[in-house]
Design a protein around this ligand. Structure first.
Ligand SMILES: NC(=O)c1ccc[n+]([C@@H]2O[C@H](COP(=O)([O-])OP(=O)(O)OC[C@H]3O[C@@H](n4cnc5c(N)ncnc54)[C@H](OP(=O)(O)O)[C@@H]3O)[C@@H](O)[C@H]2O)c1
Length: 253
């Protein structure tokens, strides 16, 4: 077990990749603070992890808020006496809206959830980790939309590119504090991420689909979770500031 006795915070743990990431950390012995708005889902997650070597501790809240981000890190330290791993996974899409279609409101919401929330969490987590001899480990979940401009709308693409930049800067700045910071960039994965996408841009989706190799299958949450756990483990101890694309080859188009 790679995470026995470790304390891990996973955001966006109520569905999709985050649900699986939280479960896999608990299976490998970690105490996992599982964060999302839907409390009942987090309680189900805790039940699903019963009998595992580790455990799930639900923490409900909106990740765009400073209070929730700082609160979840404080909660981890209160419960475990330390923080070993932070996984910033929560995120929302932008209905594939190109720049002429994005509203101020949508831009702000996507930035708040996908970028400002992770920044709040990282700022607090790095502060805690700097005080630990063991340092710590941050894994951000961006997207292939964070490394190219052709897989999402303007707001999502900008938010995920910025998350990649924030990852690289943090990795570089805290090398001497034994803190690693990396970012996973998934391709299409079967989750609930499209459920809230009710007003999809015809132009945005049309241009994207025209350039997409649709023969490449969608991934599953476990395909991303395995990459996250590897990056967070000591097996990846020389990996820092890396952008890891996990997309079944779709960005080779
Ligand atoms: N699926 C894909 O094809 C794909 C591809 C590339 C990257 N990604 C990225 O992968 C990450 C996980 O997405 P997913 O595909 O697993 O989607 P998902 O099934 O929709 O899960 C998203 C998670 O984020 C949480 N979340 C969303 N807004 C939140 C908020 N304001 N506060 C707290 N939690 C919030 C949701 O929980 P609540 O609703 O309960 O709050 C949920 O647990 C995201 O960052 C996404 O951008 C996904």
């Amino acid at each position: 077990m790679r995470f026995e006795g470790k304390c891990v915070v996973v955001t966006g743990a109520s569905s999709g990749m985050g649900y699986r990431i939280a479960l896999d950390f608990a299976k490998e012995g970690a105490a996992v603070i599982a964060v999302a708005r839907r409390k009942e889902r987090l309680e189900q997650l805790a039940k699903d992890a019963e009998g595992f070597a580790g455990k799930i501790l639900p923490y409900a809240g909106d990740i765009s808020s400073l209070e929730v981000n700082e609160g979840m890190i404080d909660y981890a330290v209160k419960e475990c006496g330390k923080l070993d791993v932070l996984v910033n996974n929560a995120g929302i899409m932008d209905e594939f809206k190109p720049i002429t279609e994005v509203t101020d409101e949508q831009w702000k919401r996507v930035m708040d959830v996908n970028l400002t929330g992770p920044m709040y969490a990282m700022r607090k987590a790095v502060d805690v980790m700097c005080g630990q001899e063991s340092g710590g480990n941050i894994v951000n979940v961006a997207s292939i939309g964070g490394v190219c401009g052709c897989r999402a709308g303007a707001a999502y693409t900008a938010s995920k590119h910025a998350l990649v930049g924030l990852t690289e800067n943090t990795a570089y700045m805290y090398v001497s504090n034994n803190i690693r910071c990396n970012v996973i960039c998934p391709g299409g994965v079967e989750t609930e991420v499209m459920n809230s996408q009710t007003d999809i841009s015809q132009k945005g989706m049309g241009v994207i689909m025209a350039g997409l190799n649709t023969a490449i299958p969608q991934g599953k949450p476990e395909d991303i979770s395995s990459a996250v756990l590897y990056v967070a483990s000591d097996d990846a101890k020389f990996m820092n500031g890396s952008t890891i694309v996990v997309d079944g080859g779709v960005s080779c188009n």
